[in-house]
Design a protein around this ligand. Sequence first.
Ligand SMILES: Nc1ncnc2c1ncn2[C@@H]1O[C@H](COP(=O)(O)OP(=O)(O)OP(=O)(O)O)[C@@H](O)[C@H]1O
Length: 282
Amino acid sequence: MGGVAVRCVNVVQIYTTAGGHDVVALRGVDLDIRPGEEVALLGPSGSGKSTLLSLFGGVLRPSAGKVLVDGRDISRIREAELGRLRSGTVASLLQGAGRNLLPYASPEENVEFARRALGAAARRRLPGPAELLDRLGLGGLAGRPLAAMSGGERQRVAFASAISSGAGLLLADEPTSQLSHDDRDAMVELVHVVNREFGTTVVLVTHDPEVAARMPRSITIRNGRIGSEGRHGFDFGVVDEDGAVHIPDDLARRFPAGTLVQFEETADGVVLRPLDEQGERA
Ligand SMILES: Nc1ncnc2c1ncn2[C@@H]1O[C@H](COP(=O)(O)OP(=O)(O)OP(=O)(O)O)[C@@H](O)[C@H]1O
């Protein structure tokens, strides 16, 4: 199946509300996600995470800048190609997706239903429902109607159905938010299994720091911009196009807005020193 790359170049997204007001949801996002990467998107409510997912999924076109999915510029491609991208390249898993499955059908029948639009060549190339469920470690659910399953089990079947058409990019919007701790952990493990088995690129929105910590890369969106990145348990600032770096929250409390700071290069790096009102070192 294989994963696809996602690239954002100075992406701006502006919504116009019914009242005619403009809301700037993204204010210049630069981002590269390599094929097969697993990325968590974090950030406060309203920071722009779902907007970014909608752009990656070809549901929105950016107001300015470029979004490239598998090398295709979604602001330029025609509607028909955008439709193919949405149904073939991208799989989306929404919150509570398990509720939207066929309740009296088995997992195999649900996966088969999700594959109904596939052509003959894709059917030959991709694993069938039973093999897919086995490879995802969900073979034990086979044959049981969904109505007899727990919410977590149904969500796992929804996950299998979402990726069954061979998408190279999986977009998951808070897929663990309504799950117990055990089901949440099983869902995160399923993300890793899909990534390992098929090389799928995964972008997962979450408010749960424990979920984010279990992804190899996490990106925090703040106020429509990339605020920081975490990799393998370490947090890093990200320099934007204007040379600005977002100060981590714990440091920002010590440097209220308007604080004068001096940058001093040392042998070890750069030191940031606050100045007092007289312009002297505080
Ligand atoms: N269709 C829309 N029309 C107008 N404004 C919108 C629309 N969709 C989102 N917004 C606004 O854009 C900004 C970013 O919203 P977005 O849903 O992307 O944030 P989010 O980080 O996903 O939030 P949450 O964690 O609450 O889901 C917010 O200010 C939101 O109110």
